[in-house]
Design a protein around this ligand. Structure first.
Ligand code: SF4
Ligand code: SF4
Length: 372
């Protein structure tokens, strides 16, 4: 049985000293890994390089406090890395404040796109950064956010960042519906499980996450070496029934990390006091659970009810990032003006990668009205 201890601390602001002492506390309570003499890789959530107040990325003060804790406890080297899908080559997270933390703490930023190796999964294999072979410990530092496709992004989803660049997007083409994509996420997380997780839930993201939602003061810092236990507690804080989050449901059924929710050993304030009932959650539709590849017209009719990307002409700058990321070539510039984006609806698999990468809030995810 995996270590099933989890600790949650109320934490309402990005105050270095408070966060440092919570991290120390969390490591102790959850039997965090020994760091003395170890080389440690931190994997924050840097979906795209955005200012910390937008809550797209793990906050730099959490990263800084964690680095200082590791250094004070004898880690010989700390590295930070991530690989946002649209940034390749010499990506550096400057706007998010993480490069500044690297400078201040003498920590090296690692690009995940330079060296990769093949990792065997339940189904097939995938490229992951080779950095994971050069360190002794991996600590994942996810951000508490909504996610249009899998409803919630936490510890299990954050492992996807170990896959370099566009290799992530290709998985959407392979696993086209919510359920099979979630199976893949659990496969990947089981194949390479970080040694510990510290979730930045001090400010989370409600609404159209993981990129275009709004900051929400969820007020918690959570840690565990068990990604499933962490996601169950964190999705509960966001007001979800944890059993509706597909990655939770799939991982629970497999029983590798937990046999049941009751096995979680929780340390923290009463859960009822930290659950945010007014957090704007992603509507649970269930339609995308049905694979469109193998089923007939009836299912295609059901898909018309699934939320789809809508492109707002007045906000679109024509940067073309959504066109590059779309795994199904379902979007392109309008042939007449070569400026506005048009969607070929029959090709769209509702993966929402386009809305994740749009930096101009020009893509909304909405129910498509009948007849349109
Ligand atoms: S919709 Fe967004 S990502 Fe796509 S071209 Fe317009 S601004 Fe760029
Ligand atoms: S248009 Fe957007 S939601 Fe549809 S397949 Fe392409 S990236 Fe995914």
């Amino acid at each position: 049985m995996f270590n099933n201890k989890i600790a949650l601390r109320n934490c309402k602001e990005y105050d270095f000293n408070k966060i440092y002492s919570h991290i120390r506390d969390i490591f102790k309570i959850c039997d965090g890994p020994e760091v003395q003499g170890k080389r440690v890789l931190l994997k924050p959530n840097i979906l795209s390089d955005s200012p910390p107040e937008k809550c797209v990325t793990t906050h730099p003060v959490v990263i800084e406090a964690l680095i200082r804790f590791l250094q004070d406890n004898g880690a010989t080297a700390v590295y930070i890395g991530d690989s946002p899908a649209i940034h390749i080559g010499r990506f550096r997270p400057a706007k998010s404040g993480i490069m500044e933390v690297c400078k201040k703490t003498g920590t090296e930023w690692i690009s995940f796109t330079t060296k990769s190796s093949e990792l065997k999964l339940n189904r097939g294999s995938i490229k992951v950064t080779s950095c994971i072979n050069d360190v002794d410990l991996i600590i994942s530092v996810p951000k508490l956010k909504n996610h249009e496709l899998v409803y919630f992004t936490g510890a299990i989803k954050n492992t996807l960042g170990l896959v370099p660049g566009f290799n992530k997007t290709k998985q959407h083409a392979l696993y086209q519906d919510r359920n099979s994509f979630s199976q893949f996420l659990v496969d990947l997380s089981e194949a390479v499980t970080p040694d510990f997780f510290i979730m930045d839930g001090i400010m989370g993201m409600e609404g159209a996450g993981p990129a275009q939602g709004s900051p929400y003061s969820t007020g918690v810092l959570i840690g565990s070496s068990n990604p499933l236990a962490l996601d169950i507690i964190a999705s509960s804080v966001a007001g979800y029934d944890p059993a509706v989050i597909p990655t939770n449901r799939i991982a629970l059924a497999r029983g590798k990390w937990l046999k049941g929710i009751d096995d979680i050993i929780y340390d923290g304030p009463a859960l009822s006091s930290v659950i945010k009932k007014d957090f704007r959650r992603i509507p649970i539709t269930g339609f995308a659970n049905i694979s469109v590849r193998f089923l007939s017209n009836r299912i295609i009719m059901l898909r018309k009810l699934e939320r789809r990307p809508v492109f707002l002409k007045n906000k679109c700058t024509g940067c073309g990032e959504c066109v590059k990321i779309c795994p199904e070539n379902a979007i392109d510039f309008h042939p007449a003006d070569k400026k506005h984006i048009v969607l070929t609806d029959r090709k769209c698999i509702r993966c929402y990668c386009c809305s994740e990468v749009c930096r101009f809030n020009a893509i909304k995810v909405r129910i498509k009205p009948f007849g349109v």
